[in-house]
Design a protein around this ligand. Structure first.
Ligand SMILES: NC(=O)c1ccc[n+]([C@@H]2O[C@H](COP(=O)([O-])OP(=O)(O)OC[C@H]3O[C@@H](n4cnc5c(N)ncnc54)[C@H](OP(=O)(O)O)[C@@H]3O)[C@@H](O)[C@H]2O)c1
Length: 259
């Protein structure tokens, strides 16, 4: 039998549910916000750039947005409070906002390492903590967005990979910690996917093009991923029907992990 992410799932499987998606102004986060809204959820999309968030919201009336830097003091709680005020509940937290950085060991820099961990590890932790009372009340779930490099080495960007390894280990530990509350915690680990990530890392466009071509040539399925292909599996991990799935890291990377 052929299974797809949506197989057996009703098109409005998130009807009545409230979802927070960080990093919703571009790439995987935008695709995820749109996919949840199309599946019936009310979505709060979070990011720093209001214009980018507004572009996301224009895709579906089920998406509302909040401009916030999730690293700022008090921001994670404020984000969750806004969602709870607007929707009266929180069922799913998608910790998607993140950044990468090329940083060979010889160029290790305390501020850049701290920035990566602030965004990729600390902010998701504080968002999850703030959301916890609501997730307990709804029997909800957390989906953390890791990377295929969260569980394989990445020479030249080891600290990015280390933040994602941390997020994967938090995923497994929280899954056990929150299981008695009926809160599920899983992670999606994408491979190289079309988004603004490389540009946001400050790379010149020629370097971005070179990296994209190199990545595509190494991926067994022959191309980089599309954000919607990642979003479909984020929804699947969060699906309220998947009642017995927790603590799992799902890699979606066109087979890159097999090499
Ligand atoms: N694309 C890939 O190849 C790939 C592969 C593996 C894993 N991932 C992971 O997938 C996730 C999404 O990345 P993407 O590829 O879709 O890249 P992206 O297009 O750069 O998206 C990242 C989003 O995070 C937001 N963001 C960054 N810093 C923020 C902050 N301090 N507060 C709030 N929002 C913030 C950005 O919006 P603002 O700048 O407006 O805040 C942006 O919309 C990340 O966790 C990334 O590590 C991506």
């Amino acid at each position: 039998m052929t299974e797809t992410p949506a197989a057996g799932a009703s098109p409005d499987r998130f009807a009545g549910r409230a979802v927070v998606v960080t990093g919703a102004g571009s790439g995987i986060g935008r695709a995820t916000a749109i996919a949840f809204a199309r599946a019936g959820a009310r979505v709060l999309g979070v990011g720093r750039r209001p214009d980018a968030l507004d572009d996301t919201a224009r895709h579906h009336p089920g998406i509302t947005v909040l401009a916030a830097d999730i690293r700022a003091a008090g921001a994670p709680r404020a984000v969750v409070d806004v969602a709870a005020e607007r929707f009266g509940r929180v069922d799913v937290l998608v910790n998607n906002a993140g950044a990468t950085a090329l940083m060979p060991l010889a160029e290790a820099d305390a501020r850049r390492i701290g920035d990566l961990f602030d965004l990729n590890v600390t902010a998701p932790s504080l968002l999850a903590a703030a959301a916890l009372p609501h997730l307990r009340a709804t029997g909800g779930s957390i989906v953390n967005v890791s990377s295929t490099y969260g569980h394989r080495p990445l020479p030249g960007a080891a600290h990015y990979a280390a933040t994602k390894a941390a997020l994967e280990h938090l995923t497994r530990s929280w899954a056990l910690e929150l299981a008695p509350d009926g809160v599920r915690v899983n992670a999606l680990a994408p491979g190289p996917t079309e988004s603004e990530a490389l540009t946001a890392a400050g790379l010149p466009s020629a370097a971005v093009d070179q990296i994209k071509a190199d990545e595509a040539s190494r991926i067994p399925l022959g191309r980089r991923g599309r954000p919607a292909e990642i979003a479909a599996w984020i929804l699947r991990l969060a699906d309220p029907a998947d009642t017995w799935l927790t603590g799992q890291i799902l890699t979606i990377d066109g087979g890159l992990e097999l090499l």
